[in-house]
Design a protein. Structure first.
Length: 335
């Protein structure tokens, strides 16, 4: 069965929030600040950087895993059980080690934050239809439980076991499975996170995705494939019949999204608990929309000029000259 991949051009923030509320299937989302980026794991990037040939990649991953497992006890109070591969991979991902895991979230709004945080010319939210993925996995792996008849805990455990078998096997076919560690760290819980676990690391992550859904991997980067605007009246039906979607978000909509997310306290400070997350969140004050000029009078002792003399109140982000964004915004500027 051939899979379906749909690109969506976002005209206004309200359009895609309405879509996210109307979707009936279970979805997972991933926000990326650059709309041109593909879906690539940190391990795949490391292989590319160090020119690791496909035939050496399984051995390289196992050595990375072994070295992390040997030394993690110096830095964590309670290490995962030795045979709990998924929790080990999640711990590695959390601390920046290269892994095959792809970060996703059950929350559309968390993905929207990551897509919008950097205010780029064009960002993207990738969506994966978990309901359709579960049906495909049940067809290709007869020993998996039927998610419609079993509880989520049993299904998640079976998916973790399947993913672990990919690591232990001498040879596997491309594919992927969604996984979650039995014990989530604080950040993963707050971000409502899960991971996509590619089966075959000798090929790109997108090849694993494509083979799972029966999609031509070239579809992920094509500009002339299936496309819809966010105001299409039949968009929800198109998404429900798709295995994957990619929502392309211009800068003007990203700014709108950040303002809304900030109003409900969805910021880097809440998504990344601790001083690092709080410090990361302070970038918002580089925007005039986040600074009340009347609240920050000049200090007689700081030597810092008042905001009024640094940036006049009328200043705003310059309009983009990117024709692709202009075409999405239309003559009304996307409002």
């Amino acid at each position: 069965m051939n899979g379906q991949f749909l690109r969506i051009g976002c005209i206004a923030w309200d359009d895609i929030t309405k879509l996210s509320r109307e979707l009936r299937s279970r979805w997972a989302f991933r926000g990326q600040s650059d709309g041109a980026w593909g879906l690539v794991s940190s391990l795949e990037r490391a292989f590319q950087q160090f020119e690791c040939p496909p035939e050496a990649r399984r051995a390289a991953e196992l050595e990375i895993f072994r070295q992390f497992q040997r030394s993690a006890h110096h830095h964590v109070r309670e290490a995962p059980k030795p045979n709990d591969l998924i929790e080990w991979f999640a711990l590695m991902q959390h601390h920046g080690a290269p892994t095959r895991l792809l970060d996703f979230t059950y929350s559309f709004y968390v993905a929207a934050f990551f897509a919008s945080e950097s205010l780029t010319d064009m960002s993207a939210i990738w969506g994966l239809n978990l309901s359709r993925l579960s049906r495909r996995l049940a067809t290709s792996h007869a020993d998996l439980p039927d998610p419609s008849r079993t509880g989520p805990g049993l299904t998640a455990h079976a998916y973790n076991e399947l993913a672990s078998s990919f690591v232990r096997a001498d040879r596997v076919s491309p594919g992927l499975v969604p996984v979650e560690p039995e014990r989530k760290n604080e950040r993963l819980s707050i971000q409502q996170g899960l991971f996509l676990f590619p089966a075959d690391i000798t090929v790109p992550c997108e090849q694993n995705l494509a083979d799972t859904f029966g999609i031509d991997p070239g579809e992920f980067s094509r500009k002339d494939g299936a496309f819809s605007y966010s105001r299409d009246e039949l968009l929800r039906e198109s998404c429900e019949s798709s295995d994957m979607i990619k929502i392309e978000i211009p800068r003007s909509v990203q700014a709108e999204a950040l303002a809304m997310l900030r109003s409900v306290n969805l910021t880097a400070a809440t998504l990344f608990p601790g001083l690092d997350g709080f410090a990361r969140s302070l970038r918002q004050y580089a925007s005039l929309s986040a600074v009340s000029l009347d609240v920050y009078p000049p200090s007689r002792h700081s030597g810092i000029p008042p905001f009024r003399t640094v940036l006049p109140p009328s200043a705003a982000f310059p309009p983009t000259e990117n024709p692709e964004i202009q075409s999405l915004q239309g003559p009304s500027g996307g409002n």
